[in-house]
Design a protein around this ligand. Sequence first.
Ligand SMILES: Cc1cc2nc3c(=O)[nH]c(=O)nc-3n(C[C@H](O)[C@H](O)[C@H](O)COP(=O)(O)OP(=O)(O)OC[C@H]3O[C@@H](n4cnc5c(N)ncnc54)[C@H](O)[C@@H]3O)c2cc1C
Length: 482
Amino acid sequence: MKYDVLIIGAGPGGIFSAYQLVKNNKELKVAVFDSGHSLEKRKCPIDGDKIKSCIHCETCSIMQGFGGAGAFSDGKYNITNDFGGTLYEHIGRNKALELMNYVDKINLSHGGEGTKLYSTSGTAFKKKCMQNKLHLLDASVRHLGTDKNYVVLENLYAELKDSVDFFFDTKVEKIEVLGAEREKTSPEITEEEKINTTGYRVFFSGSAEKTLGETFADGEKCIISVGRSGSKWMESVCGDLKLQTLSNRVDIGVRVELPAAIFDDITDELYEGKIVYRTNLYEDKVRTFCMNPHGIVVSENTNGIVTVNGHSFEDENKKTENTNFALLVAKHFTAPFKDSNGYGESIARLSNMLGGGVIVQRLGDLERGRRTNQKRIDESFVRPTLKATPGDLSLVLPKRILDSIIEMLHALDTVAPGTANEDTLIYGVEVKFYNMEVVLDENLETDYKNLFCIGDGSGVTHSLSHASASGVYVADLISGKS
Ligand SMILES: Cc1cc2nc3c(=O)[nH]c(=O)nc-3n(C[C@H](O)[C@H](O)[C@H](O)COP(=O)(O)OP(=O)(O)OC[C@H]3O[C@@H](n4cnc5c(N)ncnc54)[C@H](O)[C@@H]3O)c2cc1C
């Protein structure tokens, strides 16, 4: 089967590429392959009753399938160049913001209308932070909420399904370059021009074999958008095609859960405050991440490793009495160590080994150096929204990271009194893995002409808005519209 454009991955990057391609040209033949299920079939088997923890499904319904890793997320689209990726380094700050705003418009017209856009700049809270050694980052935040985010995805699929060939439960195993004018012998970028090709062949396994009667499909152009779940596969593609990559960082930390009232002043006004703090002890930076007012703490499985995350809902009936957010410390490694994700995985594995999954500890117990047990959780004034194993996070997290997190909690206590209360719950571990970065040009194109790499899989983006914007950008480029 011959397509004009092959897209690998149906997360926000892949969806927005497909959306913009057919919007620009209805005649274009576009195929999208995803190893996960279609949206309505995505269901994590953990029901908290018969299945209490991850059973390591072949494809993870939380991370894979139509909608990608963000499908059941809180749907917070941060319209900013301050965090969420470095797309602006490739396409420029104004273009990046323009495309993030464009994505916002599409989301609003596909079910997200009526949702609130929060802004942090010029607020009284920003000043209060500054006066207390805390730095509040500027952003506009569209909060779709888990429920509306899902509706937007349903509507986008309904609109695209007749113009785009979607193949779910279909893993792309390999990409072959067709008719390359010369061989790429090393990942190093040379002075030579890009390598012209006649197209790309993707070999797959799964349900597309039945529909197409083949194990491969050809395309003139190819967009790789495999996200975080595809990071290991992306490394193999870079190895096969000799694409240059840069090693990246890993963020390690915990998720904090406390009564929503403690953070109400911040969350009512800003919804989410991205706050950065430099510790006195080590001068390390700690930042808040993914704040979920009146939300729930959830566990998440990445390649068999269970970590913690958070969700919140627009629907009043689903709101809880708690707010949760992550506190993360970024670790950058220097030579000879290269495997930053491996380091993060080992720490997460350690918590899985001790707790069978996510561990929860009261801050008071953590500071006293004692394990939290079920009795102390039951007596706590903060009711946990995730059933995690009471334990001792000091046996899991490196001292430097733990010290920095505790120091930040006390710094936050100055702007949101109560944050460092004894009953504040600390869940671990939260790890934010970053894909290694694929070296790309200003078109998000690899060394091969018409082979693009976008979204979180490229290492350039780490968020819904940046990943979606990168999809629109490449689609416009392919359509000759940018
Ligand atoms: C629980 C959770 C909550 C989040 N909340 C937010 C939030 O509120 N705001 C925010 O900005 N970001 C959030 N994120 C991050 C956000 O979801 C990602 O940044 C975003 O989804 C990246 O989009 P993407 O298209 O690049 O990749 P992904 O969404 O990861 O999609 C990649 C797709 O590629 C498929 N794939 C991988 N390998 C292959 C292969 N070999 N063959 C075929 N298909 C393949 C996968 O199945 C997947 O569906 C959250 C993430 C999680 C897990």
